[in-house]
Design a binder for this molecule. Structure first.
Ligand code: AR6
Length: 176
């Protein structure tokens, strides 16, 4: 299915309707791809994140959920912030929560009339989710979504390094 692509590179450079941020529940920035997106978008992104109401103290976006802001200085029009699970061995609902990240981000894209989106490998950095299992979740959810949403044009899975891309491509092919 060629509407699902794997590319290697820096997600902040992509000119799509939305790029997805691997955020945390506070949504006030951090390291990894979150830090890169905030740096590239500029300080208005932090202001926009602060304006998102907390659902409970310190939580703007619960794990598995997603929120949308403009992209400001990015080439992408929007940033969809989602919060992946911290890997704690796999028996604490991590796969369902990671699936929920991809699903809620894609739903938010559709609800906002968007047609192209890029995802980083959510949870596979600081949050330690095993890359191969995470790649399986990402490709499964994206394929199922594209099958049900024929008008959606493009989902790009972004690998930061070539080794990560190989894992994603292997999963994308094995579920084709
Ligand atoms: N473009 C694409 N992918 C990237 C980029 C980039 N510019 N930079 C890193 N990656 P991580 P997480 C890859 O740690 O595990 C933050 O502090 C990276 O190689 O960014 O969900 C947040 O504030 C890895 O494959 O996100 C949270 O507190 C993937 O992005 C926490 O980290 C995800 O790594 C979230 O941890």
């Amino acid at each position: 299915m060629d509407r699902l692509e794997v590319v290697v590179g820096d997600i902040t450079r992509l000119a799509l309707d939305a790029i997805v941020n691997a955020a945390n529940e506070r949504m006030l920035g951090g390291g990894g791809v979150d830090g890169a997106i905030h740096r590239a978008a500029g300080p208005e992104l932090l202001t926009a994140c602060r304006a998102i109401p907390e659902v409970r103290p310190g939580v703007r976006c619960p794990t598995g959920d997603a929120r949308i802001t403009p992209g400001f200085n990015l080439s992408a029009r929007y940033v969809i912030h989602t919060v992946g699970p911290v890997w704690r061995g796999g028996q604490e609902g991590e796969p369902a929560l990671l699936r929920a990240c991809y699903r809620s981000s894609l739903k938010l894209a559709v609800d906002n009339g968007l047609h192209t989106i890029a995802f980083p490998a959510i949870s596979t950095g600081v949050f330690s989710y095993p890359p191969r299992s995470a790649a399986r979740v990402a490709t499964d959810v994206c394929r199922a979504f594209l099958a049900e949403n024929s008008g959606f044009e493009r989902i790009v899975l972004v690998a930061f390094r070539e080794a990560d891309a190989a894992v994603l491509r292997a999963e994308a092919q094995s579920t084709a």
